[in-house]
Design a protein around this ligand. Structure first.
Ligand code: CO
Ligand code: CO
Length: 315
């Protein structure tokens, strides 16, 4: 591995994005994300893909500036109008974020995929990593869980319209405002965004192998209403059980915490919310600001604790 004195966050860190220092007061954040459609409407898919791709910059406390489209398209099988709608949805979301599209690349592929490479900026001393939470910190989650379960139910034609609409709203809500409020708040010590590993998978990354642990209060975690039935019917994405099995050894689950709820906490999310560790003094204040600024389901869901060290206690 090539090392460089200006590298702040590189591949070995398992972080949300890479960070490279340009000057003492300026670093760039770089990230890339693309995937296959999870909704039928191409415009909405474009919006979701961009919301998701920008999220890793917000999770580090950065401001995304420019982006490039990444497109894989089955040009022989699919109407090019579909691609236009995807790119239009993506562009609208980039405009909302104040991000400039400056290029892109497309290849022919059997399977449609869309996403972005994103470049953002941040002060080198302000980079938020997923590690760094301190004992006593409150843990804030900014979006309800369940997008993976709802997408699976949608594929099986068993999800009702209102639920799908809720999930789409969550997946197309930028983490921009949440990140801006977070960066205005003193004593924020760590942050990540909740994506493919689910809430508890990403929570685990915040404390694994460290000298702190985490308590999560199951009853405080926001998730979409009505998804319990899907979990109990086994309508869940394959990744959910993989996520849960992978983190089994660091979980301490209270016996009265229902199994279906634990499943929801491992549901892989697309464009999920931020998970923030902030000193207890400022946690309530940050939540109030988020509620005032249109992030109504943001909630304090737990805290960083001294014991169990390196483990998550679900109560
Ligand atoms: Co991330
Ligand atoms: Co990512």
């Amino acid at each position: 591995m090539i090392s460089d004195a200006n590298l702040i966050v590189g591949m070995e860190h398992g972080e949300d994005a890479g960070v490279y220092k340009l000057r003492d007061d300026l670093a760039i954040i770089q990230t890339v994300d693309f995937f296959t459609p999870i909704v039928d409407d191409p415009y909405t898919f474009g919006q979701i893909a961009v919301t998701n791709a920008l999220s890793d910059v917000y999770a580090m406390g950065g401001k995304p500036l420019t982006a490039m489209n990444i497109v894989c398209f089955p040009v022989k099988k699919m109407d090019i109008a579909v691609l236009r709608k995807i790119l239009w949805g993506g562009l609208d979301k980039m405009q909302e974020a104040g991000v400039l599209l400056i290029g892109g690349h497309s290849v022919e592929d059997d399977e449609l995929k869309y996403g972005l490479s994103v470049t953002g900026v941040i002060h080198p001393d302000k980079v938020l990593l997923n590690r760094g939470g301190r004992v006593g910190d409150s843990l804030i989650l900014t979006k309800p869980l369940g997008t993976g379960i709802v997408s699976t139910a949608l594929k099986g034609n068993v999800a009702d319209e209102a639920l799908v609409a809720k999930s789409i709203t969550a997946m197309t809500t930028l983490n921009k405002t949440a990140a801006e409020l977070m960066m205005e708040t003193p004593d924020v010590h760590a942050c990540t965004d909740v994506t493919g590993f689910g809430l508890l998978g990403h929570a685990a990354e915040m404390i694994e192998g460290s000298d702190v642990g985490m308590v999560i209060h199951a009853s405080l975690v926001p998730f979409f209403p009505g998804i319990r039935e899907f979990v109990e019917m086994g309508v869940v994405p394959g990744g959910l059980h993989r996520n849960r099995a992978f983190r089994k050894s660091i979980m301490e689950i209270n016996p009265d915490c229902p199994d279906w709820m634990v499943d929801i906490f491992f549901d892989p999310q697309t464009a999920g919310g931020l998970l923030i560790a902030v000193s207890r003094n400022h946690g309530e204040d940050l939540i109030r600001k988020m509620h005032d600024r249109g992030i109504p389901e943001a909630a304090i869901i737990g805290e960083i604790v001294a014991e169990p060290r390196g483990r998550i206690h679900l109560v």
